[in-house]
Structures are given as structure tokens and as C-alpha cells.
Design a protein around this ligand. Sequence first.
Ligand SMILES: CCCCCCCCCCCCC/C=C/C(=O)SCCNC(=O)CCNC(=O)[C@H](O)C(C)(C)COP(=O)(O)OP(=O)(O)OC[C@H]1O[C@@H](n2cnc3c(N)ncnc32)[C@H](O)[C@@H]1OP(=O)(O)O
Ligand SMILES: Cc1cc2nc3c(=O)[nH]c(=O)nc-3n(C[C@H](O)[C@H](O)[C@H](O)COP(=O)(O)OP(=O)(O)OC[C@H]3O[C@@H](n4cnc5c(N)ncnc54)[C@H](O)[C@@H]3O)c2cc1C
Length: 645
Amino acid sequence: MAAQIYSGEKYASRRREISANLAKRPEFHDSKPLPFMTREEKILESSRKLTLISKHMNEIIDPSDKRELYHLNCEVLGIEGNPMALHGDMFIPALTAQASDEQQEKWLSRALRREIIGTYAQTELGHGTNLRKLETIATYDVDTQEFVLHTPQITALKWWPGNLGKSSNYAVVVALMIIKGKNYGPQTFMVPLRDEKTHQPLKGITIGDIGPKLAYNIVDNGFLGFDHYRIPRTNLLMRHTRVEPDGTFVKPPHAKINYSAMVHVRSYMITGQAIMLAYALTIATRYSSVRRQGQIDTTQPEVKVLEYQTQQHRLFPSIARAYAFVFAGAETVRLYERVLQEVETGNVSLMADLHALTSGLKSVVTHQTAQGIEQARMACGGHGYSQASYISEIFGVAVGGCTYEGENLVMLQQLARYLVKSAGLVQAGQSSKLGPLVAYLGAKSDSTSLIDRTPTPGFAEYVKTFQHIARKQTLKAAQKLFGFMEKGDTREVAWNKSTVELNRASRLHTRLYIVEAFVRRVEEVADPRLKEVLTDLLRLHVNYELLDVAAYALEDGFLSSSQLDYIREQLYFYLAKIRPNAVSLVDSWEFSDRELRSVLGRRDGNVYENLFAWAKASPLNKTDVLPSVDKYLKPLMESARASKL
Ligand SMILES: CCCCCCCCCCCCC/C=C/C(=O)SCCNC(=O)CCNC(=O)[C@H](O)C(C)(C)COP(=O)(O)OP(=O)(O)OC[C@H]1O[C@@H](n2cnc3c(N)ncnc32)[C@H](O)[C@@H]1OP(=O)(O)O
Ligand SMILES: Cc1cc2nc3c(=O)[nH]c(=O)nc-3n(C[C@H](O)[C@H](O)[C@H](O)COP(=O)(O)OP(=O)(O)OC[C@H]3O[C@@H](n4cnc5c(N)ncnc54)[C@H](O)[C@@H]3O)c2cc1C
């Protein structure tokens, strides 16, 4: 099963080898539990381990293999980030996709060797979503052939970029490019921030950390201001866009080609989110198979809480989603790599499809992941609320994905733009022009769903029902938009009046895609035992997801209430059927205890002993009497006692 999750036996077994190798190297392990450290201690500890990784990486992994590096980072550094997180996630991808060969020789090679540390500085105090209104300006000075970076007002301060505050000495900075008074929109520049030897900020640069956040606090998200700060013309990233010495602007082959670092993260983060969801479910499912509370049969001992249907309903559909997301994530990474290669040859035809797909997936997956993690925390009762479970940290890190790389409701609108165009083609009788991701929009629905109308409905009946729902909502939302426009609204006003419906269409389209990705993967599985378990999980998934969106199919009679009853019964049937495999389904992700960092979720199942040992190690228990008691509480009680006398 691990080979299914990790798209092949090769990487699945490499993960095991890497974990086994690290188990023998105590210097790579957390020196104490992360929840017992201050933010400063965590950053120090993470930097220590980062240095070890840089020194010994070649002995443990193939550093050219992104996935091996990712696993090494998960084991050693964990999810709370590290001082070079953005270096790998965005700085290197931005240089790879946007720097010219010459620039890559100068900077990318140094970045890969970790001679310099970089980040991606785009968001500002006043603007994150609307990139065209960024306020940092890069004005071209033809005389000196330099760009002058400037922060004209407080809202123009860069704000949020990861590792900007304290760790990075370079950044790919996004600024509005002005040449001879003309605004050429957001462009990307390579900008030195700190002296390479002293690490002091360079003259003209104001820089620092933005303070603690909900989670992800090892990362020093930062602020950055420029005071007429000059960089050479050749620091504009010029793989696709160019500015000649005389200020002539040479357009890229696609207007949004500079957004590639964002598309990179959106493509990879689907897998990252699936893994975080699986972390939380591993913890909660293992704990639920140890925790005993209450009885189902009063003549029998107390049961494991995993026997309760409500507990299964709380956890198992999310287990299915974690599998679905990791399968969908593998597809987005494949498409991203393909588009990256094609863009190199000047072919930008798939950029819009990739953008639409990743915009929808990032939004739906992060939202459902956060929901699933929070349910997993609650499924652990009181102990879930303790940081010993580590689920609160997993939640905090994962839920950040709803905001970063494009606020979810905004990114759903990006997909909606694509869907509306596709709906326009259908309306114009040009369905043959629809791309493969939206071809279903041009098909005709059956009059009713065939679920429960055939002896054992196959996945095709479910897929058709999801297609019907997504098609109906897309065409309806587009019609609403077109209707407002016909009545005289501008497109923008009409769009704003239709966005709740449009975003619904985007979610339904994306959920259909996720179901299809799951079906595609299960169909490929050859091993019959594996296929049976995955088929059960997929059946749970399709029934659960369909129930969740059934209102759309009930309102036009595509599904009847008796079919809905059938879907509910199927759901309950598969909850029970999956129960014996539940622990194996989470164990199949093969997370080591070090990677999970959860006292509740450890493989040995000795929850109570482990919890007690953890509590005893809490910094508050180092002494029996705290200074706060000596200083305040004792005098308070003493004076209360004295006044009574
Ligand atoms: C192995 C496992 C690995 C796991 C790895 C996990 C990684 C985890 C990493 C965690 C690190 C997190 C770090 C976070 C970093 C950041 O957050 S960086 C900042 C991110 N910021 C954003 O995402 C901003 C969101 N805003 C936008 O993207 C844009 O402003 C916008 C909303 C898309 C609008 O852009 P604008 O330029 O104003 O567009 P318009 O002029 O309106 O045109 C829209 C048309 O452009 C098309 N388009 C937009 N983007 C793209 C694109 N990227 N590619 C192709 N096309 C694009 C869009 O479709 C519109 O087209 P039309 O409909 O045809 O007009
Ligand atoms: C953990 C984390 C890490 C980050 N790392 C980086 C980084 O490394 N580099 C970097 O540059 N940035 C980074 N960011 C910033 C992040 O990319 C932005 O916060 C994000 O893109 C959202 O933009 P915003 O903050 O401007 O939100 P806003 O756009 O202000 O969103 C506020 C609300 O307005 C709504 N809204 C905005 N525009 C529209 C619209 N057109 N239609 C309808 N509703 C709208 C949103 O849906 C939301 O409800 C990070 C953020 C976080 C939380």
C-alpha cells in the first residue's frame, strides 16, 4: 500500500531506508519535544539540524531527488518550517523557471550549494491577492542601467515572506516595474538583502521578523522596505521577460509566466496537505484503537472508541480523502513538470489548464484537510487538546495553506473564470473545443442517476452523478453571470453578484476531479488484495462525498430520496467494512514516531505511560514550586489568611 501512496515501490522503499538510516543518528533527532521549546530555541535547534543535513545529506539521500529531500526534511526538521524552507520551496523554483542561463550560472548554482539563502518576497502589508496593485516600485534608471527599488509608503512594505526576517540574505522580489513613466506590472528581481559576510542588512534595506503566528513559527516570516535601493538592470529575472539597456521592454510568451513560483507550490502542496492530513489521522486512528470508553454490549468490557459508528464517521471519510488527495497530488506534480518542460520550448498552451486545476485543488484540499485535522483532534477527546497529540500544530501549519499561495475563495474564482469560458463554449455549440478537464460540460446528462438502479452500481454511475451536479452548477452560475450582464451590469459587477454560485461550481468541479483521480488510481492496481481494500475506501469516498453534495442532485430529481437512502446505507456499510483495516490504512503511510512527533500517535500504543512521561518532562515540572508562586500566589494566600485573622 505504501507503494500506492508514494507512487511506486522505489520511493516507498527509499523512504524506509532513509528513516532507518536516521534512526541510527541521534544527532538528527529533536533534542527535546518541540512544544517544550521557545521560538528562539526551536529556530536554533532547526538551524543546528539544517547544518547537519547540509553536511551529511549525500550519505543519506540522493540530493537531486526532491522527494527524498522532502522526506529527510519531514523526519529531521518537521512541519514547523526551518530557516531555509522558502529557499527550497520558492527561491530555487523561481530562479529555475525565471532566471536566464547566465543568471542561473551566477545565482542558482550558488543557491543550490547553499552559499546564499533566499526567499520569495511578493506580499505586502497592504496587498497580497491583487498583484497588479502591489506598491513596491522598481523604476528603471536608463543612465546608470539600474532599477531603483522603493517602498513609497507603509502599505508597500513586503510583509509575510517566509525566512525573510532573519535568515535570508537574498530574495526574489516582486515589484511593479516602471520604465520611462510606464507601469509594466509585477516583475521579479533578484535582490541582495544582507552583507554576505556579516549578515547585516545592506544600506537602504529595512528588514525584520513579523512576530509569532498561529503556527509555523520556526519560519521567520518577515517585513522588508527599500529606500531608493539600486540593483543592476541584469537583476531583473530575464528568462522570459527582458529589458534592454535603453529601457526597451521585451514581452514574455505568456503574461503570467512570472507567476511560476506560485504555481510550483500550488502543484506540490496538494501532496504536502495529504501528508499532514494523514499525520493527524494516523494519530487519531491509532489512539482510537487504544482508548477504551463505554460499552456497546453492556455484558462486555468497555470498547475501543474506534468501534463507535460516530468515531468511524468522524475519521474514515478523511482517511479516504487523504488517499484521494495524494493520488490527485501525484497527477498535479506530473502536469506541472510537463508544463515546465513545455514552457522551456516556448509552448505555453497548458499553462491556463494547470493554473485552473491547481487553483481549485489547492482551495478544496486545504479546506478539507483543515476540517479533517480538526475532527481528528476532537476524536482524541481531551488528549487531543494537549500539545502532546501534536495535532494542534499540524492543524496550524496545514490551515495556513487556505491563505498562502492565494486565498482560497480568490483562487476558486480563478478556476471559475476557466469554467465560465468553457460554459460559453457549450452555450455557443462549440463543445468540441473543450479541454479534457472540462469535456464533461458538453455532454448530455441521463435523465436520472443510475445509482441503485443496477444490481451493483459501478464507479461510472457515481462519476456521472458528480458530473451532472458539477455541470448543472457551472452552467447555472455562468447563466447567472451572463444574465446580469445582459441586464446591463459590467462584467466585474455581474461577476461579484455571482461569485458565491461560481465558487460553488469550482468546488464541485474540483471534487469531481478528485473522485476521478481516485477512480483512475484504483483501476490501475493489479494486486487483488490491495485492490479490494482500496475499492472499499473508494466506495466510502464516493458515497460520503455524494451525500455531502446531494442537495444539488435532489433539487432537479436526478437523485431520488430512495437513492439517497441507498447511498447512506452504503456509507454505513463501508464504515463497518473498513473498520478492521483502519489502523493498517493509516500505518501504510509509514510515518516514523520521529516524523509524527506525537505522544498519542506512537506506534507502540503505550499512550498512558508515554503521556505521563511527557507531562513529567514539561518545563513547569522542573521545580515543585514556581517563582510565580513564591512571588505572587504565596503572598496573596498569606495576606488572605492574615486578613481573616
Ligand atoms: C513532495 C511533497 C512536497 C510538498 C511541498 C509543500 C510545500 C509547502 C510550502 C509552504 C510554503 C508557503 C509559502 C507561501 C508563499 C506565498 O504565499 S507567495 C505569495 C502567493 N500569493 C498569491 O498566491 C497571490 C494570489 N494572487 C494571484 O495569483 C493573482 O493576483 C490573481 C488572483 C491570479 C490575479 O492576477 P492578475 O495578474 O491580477 O490577473 P488578471 O490580470 O486579472 O488576469 C487573470 C488572468 O490571468 C490568468 N492567470 C493568472 N495566474 C495565472 C497563472 N499562474 N498561470 C496562467 N494563467 C494565469 C487567469 O487565468 C486569468 O486568465 P483569463 O481568465 O483568461 O483572463
Ligand atoms: C503562513 C503564510 C506564509 C506566507 N508566505 C509568504 C511568502 O513566502 N511570500 C509571500 O510573498 N507571501 C507569503 N504569504 C502571504 C500570502 O500569500 C497572502 O497572505 C495571501 O496570498 C492572501 O493575500 P492577503 O493576505 O492580501 O489576503 P486578502 O486578499 O486581503 O484577503 C482578505 C479577504 O478578502 C477576500 N478577497 C480579496 N480579494 C478578493 C476578490 N477579488 N474577490 C473576493 N474576495 C476577495 C479574501 O477572500 C479574504 O476573505 C504567506 C502567508 C501565510 C499565512
